[in-house]
Design a protein around this ligand. Structure first.
Ligand code: DAH
Length: 346
């Protein structure tokens, strides 16, 4: 066996151990590990050289390299190995121990979340979804809803009329309420009808914390034989208790809407909550569908009766989440939006 065919295992070991003892931090130790024990490190280079060693010398050569590797691995483990101090990859190397980069996921807007919740509760009560256009006719938005020409809502100053030639149903406008969907549904379908119609509405309001140029409503309509006030009250009681929690109470306050008779405003009282110091908060409008409205769509009010209601989605979201200002819904400020996601991400 010739001396020259054996590796200088002792020399490499001494050098490696002295270098490791001065490797100050995890990064330096990782560099050391790559240099000696890495895939192209010193030990591997010696192993690669095995094939050029004369056959007779190979066992001794292999043994020397193995002992070297064991000595270096032991020294590495004693220094903390991959663990303590956190292994750090050499520049350009993949380090599987690093935490993943956060990847922010998108989320449903808080108004849509609220709407989904509303729709879900009404689905369970047997309502199906209906839809109508945001660009409406004067007939559907007003006349068919028994809203006379001198009603203030029809004023130029309150409504966005469109600069289009009037059609068979009068002038065009951006609907001021979702109630015209009642008409659209009853024009097409015969009772029994039980629908909700969520959607956007537009009004020329002065913009402030509780008014915008547009907002969202959910319209409800149920028409059938023998439909009466207790049905309406039962549905609203169930709905608001589901939405705001058990113990939530409602009361119906007599009011006026042109398309219902009698008409009511709905107030809610939620356990443990006050609204500007008051127990009751106005949250919806409702009533029994006016006989004129039914007759207008060819339904005999002696045979079929119905109830209707309208809810404001923004107002409900504001109550659910204690949001003080309606404008926050539309500003798209992530600091606001991310508060309504499951993990704080947007
Ligand atoms: N459309 C009404 C509004 O915008 C709300 C409303 C009140 C809808 C009573 C209804 C109802 O269906 O029965 O103020």
């Amino acid at each position: 066996m010739s001396q020259s065919s054996l590796p200088d295992a002792a020399g490499i070991r001494d050098r490696a151990l002295s270098e490791l003892s001065t490797a100050g931090d995890a990064a330096a130790r990782q560099v050391w590990r790559n240099r000696y024990l890495g895939r192209q490190g010193e030990v591997q280079k010696l192993l690669d050289g095995l094939k050029t060693v004369p056959a007779a010398d190979r066992p001794a050569y292999g043994k020397a390299v193995n002992e070297l590797r064991q000595a270096l691995e032991q020294a590495w483990e004693e220094k903390g190995g991959e663990g303590a101090g956190g292994a750090v990859a050499a520049p350009g190397e993949f380090d599987p121990t690093l935490p993943g980069r956060p990847y922010p996921s998108g989320a449903v807007h808080v108004l849509t979340q609220t709407l989904d919740r509303i729709v879900d509760i009404f689905h369970r009560l047997g309502f199906s979804l209906a839809d109508g256009p945001e660009m409406e006719t004067e007939h559907h938005n007003f006349d068919a809803l028994n809203t006379p020409a001198d009603h203030p809502a029809r004023d130029e100053a309150d409504t966005f009329y469109l600069d289009l030639p009037p059609g068979p149903h009068g002038r065009w406008l951006l609907r001021t309420q979702t109630s015209p969907v009642q008409i659209r549904v009853l024009e097409k379908r015969k009772p029994p009808v039980k629908v909700i119609a969520p959607g956007r509405c537009y009004r020329r309001d002065e913009v402030d914390a509780t008014h915008g140029l547009f907002f969202h409503q959910v319209e409800g309509l149920c028409v059938g034989e023998g439909i009466a006030l207790p049905h309406l009250k039962g549905v609203l009681e169930f709905f608001f208790a589901e939405l705001f929690g058990s113990g939530t109470k409602i009361r119906l306050r007599p009011h006026y809407f042109p398309f219902t008779e009698p008409s009511f405003e709905v107030d809610v009282s939620i356990p443990g909550r006050t609204f500007r110091g008051r127990e009751w908060l106005e949250i919806a409008g409702c009533g029994l569908v006016h006989p004129k409205v039914l007759r207008g769509v060819g339904i005999d009010p002696e045979k079929h009766t119905g109830y209707a209601f309208g809810l404001g989605v923004e107002r409900i979201a504001m109550v659910r989440h204690n949001i003080p200002d309606l404008r926050m819904f539309y500003e798209n400020d992530v600091r606001f939006l991310k508060q309504f996601t499951y993990d704080g991400a947007v």
